[in-house]
Design a protein around this ligand. Sequence first.
Ligand SMILES: NC(=O)c1ccc[n+]([C@@H]2O[C@H](COP(=O)([O-])OP(=O)(O)OC[C@H]3O[C@@H](n4cnc5c(N)ncnc54)[C@H](OP(=O)(O)O)[C@@H]3O)[C@@H](O)[C@H]2O)c1
Length: 294
Amino acid sequence: MPAKIISGKAIAQEMREELRPEIETLKAKGVTPGLAVVLVGEDPASQVYVRMKGKACEAVGMHSETVVLPAAATQDELLAVIDRLNNDAAIHGILCQLPVPDHIEEAAVLRAIRVEKDVDGFHPENVGKVASGDPAGFRPATPYGVQQMLIRSGVDTRGANAVIVGRSNIVGRPMASLLLQRGEGGDATVTVCHSRTKDLGAVTREADILIVAIGKADLVTRDMVKPGAVVIDVGVNRVDDPSKEKGYRLVGDVAFDEVSEVAAAITPVPGGVGPMTITMLLYNTVQAARQWVL
Ligand SMILES: NC(=O)c1ccc[n+]([C@@H]2O[C@H](COP(=O)([O-])OP(=O)(O)OC[C@H]3O[C@@H](n4cnc5c(N)ncnc54)[C@H](OP(=O)(O)O)[C@@H]3O)[C@@H](O)[C@H]2O)c1
């Protein structure tokens, strides 16, 4: 039987609808949740992401501000913008679109964002809270979105063998922390793989839940997946496709067609994890705004 498709697009839409009344309630109490996105430079992909975040805010009735600095902006100039936003009462969430240019120290920028406004969850204090299972920490949007997809699709993570491929700070590592937490969407037995893992297929074949965040098109093939597994594909890769107007199409890290034949459920690319990421950013911003309601 072909795998059930877990539609991130549909779940994200459902979650954004759930946010609206909460935003209205906050507004009635004088707090309009506000997200500021800071971009340094003119990277086209980053520009697209930043625009999407601003539009998503406005679509649910939130306030959004975008600050674009030239690629040559100094670290001090960027830190001054963050300082201004840290002290702006209309802004509850701040994120700096990564990567920043090489002459700027990323860690210094992440540390400068006020912890209560760090809706990306990359400040070391929030990283530590999430790693130690403290629910007060902001959960990074992509793994938080994956966790919500699992919960809302009725996938029981309790006691499941969850295998994560990829150990980045934005996906793999926080994903492991969330699946290890006690309670709903957690309590899994977690294994994290990376480029040095020996016999990747032998490890992934043990997975009841397989989460792939590598950045290599179609790396996970049918023979690497246990029949009946739930497969979450975080990867987004461009592959040449002359039949498309843009000359390329987007694919995940999982060979979708063949893996769909063995998996119980799978996320598509596009329309899977991507839409969830922005939705969870909105969630975190609303959570941040709630702190300011007396
Ligand atoms: N949909 C979304 O919202 C969203 C959000 C974030 C990222 N993404 C996508 O997810 C993918 C991963 O992103 P990322 O930022 O986590 O990437 P990253 O920082 O480049 O990390 C990639 C990870 O994959 C591991 N890896 C690379 N080749 C491997 C191999 N052959 N076998 C096993 N592991 C391998 C690397 O191992 P080492 O650590 O040993 O190098 C690393 O841990 C990208 O396609 C990205 O575009 C999507």
